[in-house]
Ligand binder design. Sequence first.
Ligand SMILES: Cc1ncc(COP(=O)(O)O)c(C=O)c1O
Length: 385
Amino acid sequence: MPKNYLLIPGPTPVPQDVLLEMAREMINHRGAEFSNLLKSSTELLKKIFKTNNDVLILTASGTGGMEAAVVNFFSQGEEVLVGICGVFGERFAKICKAYGLNVKTIETEPGKGIEPETLEKVLKENPNIKGVFLTHNETSTGVTNNLRELAYIVKEKPERLLIVDAVSSLGAIDLPTDELKIDVVVTASQKALETPPGLAMISVSELAWNYNEKANLPRFYFDLKQAKKFLNEGATPFTPAVSILFALRKALENILNRGLENNFKRHMVLGKAVREAIKALGVTRLLADERWASDTVTPVVPPENVNPDELRKYIRNKFGVVLAGGQGGLKGKIFRIGHVGYVEPTDILVAISSIEIALENLGCKGLRGKGVQVAEEIFQEYYKD
Ligand SMILES: Cc1ncc(COP(=O)(O)O)c(C=O)c1O
């Protein structure tokens, strides 16, 4: 087996010191050591969420956090708006519909984000909308919405609830929760937070707690009021994923020691290098519009005569570089390079080089070094400081 380079947009590579935390012996989840683990991890998370709101850790994948963001704040038949830029926006709409909400949507073409004017118009035309669901970084299309602009529009009516899916961005792309007045932010352990899958985290504003008092949607496992009550006692309502929490605390310490702003900068550089390299190859094309291009994942349209899944298989088998396929309507049409979490410039050089060699061997000639050179130039500049 070749050496493994996991370059998918989650789960992402986990550093060894984080992995080793999971080898700790088990502890009592109703004891003082766990209470300290939960409370300290929650405080570290607040720094990454940039919030003074409550942050709750749930034993679930990101989708569990999304479901919690629906069932805790709304009542049957209430009107909500969901921004859909791909598979994960669609998922929010599906969850809302499954629980009987009256769902309005704004849908964008693949690769485009939400236009502020469209949001403004839809909100004006539908004054009864109680909550707006937005995806910060749509992983399936590589689109990062401009939340600064969009949040401002949603909050022109301060009592309107703003819920954001930041599963593939929080920690890698700046998301100042309190500054932008975002009521609920959902993320998960397995992407920018450099931890294995298994935990979802959700921040809840005072306004969102007010909504929670009136919300009548059915809930049990994801009852956030219960989670908060238990957190105050340093515990969780149900048996938590203790080992992943050990890992999470270490990973959060690492990120904060490195500096959150430095982490954002590294992701910006990785994103730029990948995009410029793909453009430099000439035969490959970026799916996402430059205006919304994500710094954590880059979807690539391959040359016409190359099947993206065959290309990925070749690269996986020959070089151990694992890339992601397309999702939803983009299945079989694109491949995606993940550059989120514990990923370094050198990993990107390996990925770009592998793509060049693979495309050459699949019949696209004259590519050798074209993308790598451009990426190196960007990284050389980054390392000057
Ligand atoms: C933007 C976004 N939202 C939600 C999810 C769902 O998270 P999970 O797969 O952990 O349930 C993902 C997962 O890739 C995601 O990228």
